[in-house]
Design a protein around this ligand. Structure first.
Ligand SMILES: Nc1ccn([C@@H]2O[C@H](COP(=O)(O)OP(=O)(O)OP(=O)(O)O)[C@@H](O)[C@H]2O)c(=O)n1
Ligand SMILES: C[C@](O)(CO)[C@H](O)COP(=O)(O)O
Length: 231
C-alpha cells in the first residue's frame, strides 16, 4: 500500500525564540527538517513526501535537497498549523485521489522512527477513519487552581499524548479541516473528532518528541546520535 507524507513546515518557532524558524536550526550539522525528511525517505510505503512552506520562507532555497528524490515543495502555508495542512491537502487534491492515505507529520519531529511509521501504515490500512501515533501519559497529573495550588489529582488511565504522523484519507481530512477550522484544531485528529469520528490511537514512542523549546533541540541531538552509534 502506498501513502503520502505531508509536512507542515510554515511555523515561526515562537516558543523556541531562535533567530530563524526552528525547522532550519542546526541539528548535528544539518537543518532540523533535513533529519525529518531523511527519516521519512526511509519509509518505503511513502510514495511522495510533500513539504508545506510559508509563502515568505527565505531559507529553504539556501540548502541542497537533491538527495530527497520523492520530495515536493509547496509554498502555501497559512497562519496556523491547520491552515498550512489544509493548504497542502487542497493542492494535493488536484493530482491525488480523495481516498489516498495522507500522513501529516510535523517538520519539527526529526526523531521519528521509520519502522514505527511503516507499522502504523500497516495497522491502519483497512481502518475506516485512520489514526495517530500517541503515547500514554506517564506521570501523575495535577489540576491547578487559579493560585497555582493543586485542586485535585486527575486520573490518567485514559489519557494519551498526541504525536505525529496522523494518518487520514485525503478528502476526509480536507473536509474535516474546512468544516472545523479554528483555534481548537491543534492536530488533524481533533478535526475528525469534531465531526463525531473516533480515530485510532497507535502506540508511538517517547523518542518521537516535538522540538518546541530550546532544550528539545539538545534532546533531539542526543536521540539521533544514540541511534547512529547503535545502528
Ligand atoms: N502556521 C503554521 C504553524 C505551524 N506549522 C508547523 O506545524 C508544526 C508543529 O507546530 P509548532 O511546534 O507549533 O511550530 P511553530 O508554530 O513553528 O512553533 P510555535 O508554536 O512555538 O510558534 C511545525 O512543523 C510547524 O512548522 C505550520 O506549518 N504552519
Ligand atoms: C500535532 C501535534 O504535534 C500533536 O502533539 C501538536 O498538537 C502540535 O502543536 P502544539 O501547539 O505544540 O500542541
Amino acid at each position: 500500500m502506498s501513502a503520502i507524507a505531508l509536512l507542515p513546515a510554515a511555523g515561526s518557532g515562537s516558543r523556541m525564540g531562535g533567530a530563524l524558524p526552528k525547522q532550519y536550526l542546526d541539528l548535528l550539522g544539518k537543518p532540523l527538517i533535513w533529519h525529518t525528511l531523511h527519516a521519512l525517505h526511509a519509509v518505503p510505503e511513502l510514495a511522495r513526501i510533500v513539504v508545506v512552506l510559508s509563502p515568505d520562507d527565505g531559507w529553504w532555497d539556501g540548502y541542497d535537497w537533491q538527495s530527497f528524490a520523492r520530495l515536493t515543495v509547496l509554498r502555501c502555508g497559512g497562519d496556523s498549523r491547520a491552515a498550512s495542512v489544509l493548504g497542502g491537502l487542497q493542492a494535493l487534491a488536484m493530482s491525488e485521489p480523495g481516498n489516498s492515505w495522507v500522513l501529516v507529520h510535523d517538520a519539527a519531529r526529526p526523531c521519528v522512527d521509520p519502522a514505527l511509521v511503516s507499522g502504523m501504515i500497516a495497522q491502519l490500512a483497512e481502518h475506516p477513519v485512520g489514526g495517530i501515533l500517541a503515547v500514554p501519559v506517564a506521570d501523575t497529573l495535577k489540576l491547578a487552581d487559579a493560585a497555582r495550588h493543586i485542586d485535585h489529582t486527575h486520573p490518567r488511565d485514559q489519557l494519551w499524548q498526541a504525536q505525529t504522523p496522523q494518518m487520514f484519507r485525503l478528502a476526509d481530512l480536507a473536509g474535516a479541516l474546512e468544516a472545523g477550522m479554528g483555534p481548537d484544531i491543534t492536530d488533524e485528529a481533533s478535526a475528525l473528532e469534531k465531526l463525531g469520528q473516533s480515530p485510532a490511537l497507535v502506540m508511538g514512542s517517547p523518542w518521537n518528541l516535538k522540538v518546541t523549546y530550546p532544550q528539545d533541540l539538545q534532546l533531539a541531538a542526543l536521540i539521533l546520535q544514540a541511534r547512529n552509534t547503535t545502528a
